[in-house]
Design a binder for this molecule. Sequence first.
Ligand code: FAD
Length: 409
Amino acid sequence: MDRLKIGIVGGGAAGMMAAITAAGQGAAVTILERGERLGRKILVTGNGRCNLGNRNLDIDCYYGRDKEWIAGCLKRFGTEETIHFFQGLGLLIKNKNGYLYPACEQAAVVLDVLRNELKVLGIEVIYECKINQIQKDKNGDGILVSDGNRTFMFDRVILACGSKAAPKTGSDGSGYKLAGQLGHSIVPTVPALVQLRCREEYLKAVAGVRAEGKIFVYRGKSCIAEDAGEIQFTDYGISGIPVFQVSREVNYILREQKEAEVVINLLPGYDDKTFSQLIENRRLLQTDRTVEEFFTGMLHKKIMTLFIKLSGLKPNLSVEQADEGALKQVYALCRSWKLHVTGSNPYDSAQVCAGGVDVSEVTENMESKRMSGVYFAGEILDVDGKCGGYNLQWAWCSGYLAAAAAAER
Ligand SMILES: Cc1cc2nc3c(=O)[nH]c(=O)nc-3n(C[C@H](O)[C@H](O)[C@H](O)COP(=O)(O)OP(=O)(O)OC[C@H]3O[C@@H](n4cnc5c(N)ncnc54)[C@H](O)[C@@H]3O)c2cc1C
């Protein structure tokens, strides 16, 4: 019997996982990659260390319109399966508080073990081949894909072209156009896991400061997202893991309105009661001190100086003469500092893309409901995860499921 011919468009994390899985099941596999190399994005993951998965795999770490669908997929290929797969390729894995990395902490080594396996399995790779057309063959015998110069025919095709995030690594959004040719709907995309730009120009005064805190995102009066950790201040806005985690929600608000409101709490360890007690206790410091000296010791010096200024107080004024309302305002800013986000950095700076191919038009085996024989894998789908190895986990999971189904007769 002839081997099934499977074409995989895109040689990133999901595409390589799909290729190895399909070839392992006996299919003749070809990867069509627009760039000169495979897996360029893998090299930049986890600051070059590649956080390839997470022991704490929970559906709350994922976003998309259909979380139940995502959960169903992850149940079939989760963290254990990822560890087992990579161990099978010879990769030693280490667990840092649940975050999984290659033991050598080199993303390049993750790519090497994948590439070695492609070679061992005899998988063909065609480079510099940007697919821009996909259609059923007239006789219905197979699926045709073309880069404008060359046309290839396969029994099954897996679209693993990534999203629009980090286009320098090859993913330029062309996968959405291919899905569109098949009649698929695309959930609007926005940059995610990305820095936020704020209207407040005064942030320049605290550029470079890092502070532990909590960030809350508001839509009208409701808080729709929050996260905690080290927040970084830049001359244009805010960055750091907690900012990344909420950035997708902020960007979806910004699709509808000009600005989004975020509130930062730089003293998240205090509740209302303990904070009132703190203020009461600090009254003891009120004698013989300037405003600046009075507030010293609470937060980073530059942030406190800024809060004093924003409250209209002179730092050299004797605190006993300071306006009570202005002093309260400084305290209020410590726990509830409102910033107006006007945008995020562009896709170039984003780690992932929220939105993508609508999963209501894709089966749990990743097959298109619009054209049988076509499958999807990876970030091209409307699935994005938090920082912490969840996006690569999705790439491995969906790549595996797509190929396991595509390679079945
Ligand atoms: C800076 C950075 C750090 C990150 N760190 C982490 C991390 O530590 N942990 C984690 O889990 N996730 C991380 N991510 C996210 C993670 O890397 C991605 O979610 C994942 O790599 C997506 O895999 P993919 O195969 O779907 O897409 P990609 O890896 O983007 O692969 C798509 C491939 O398809 C090719 N292609 C695109 N269009 C076409 C076309 N028309 N024809 C042919 N080929 C095409 C591209 O050239 C590319 O090779 C990070 C991302 C970035 C940018």
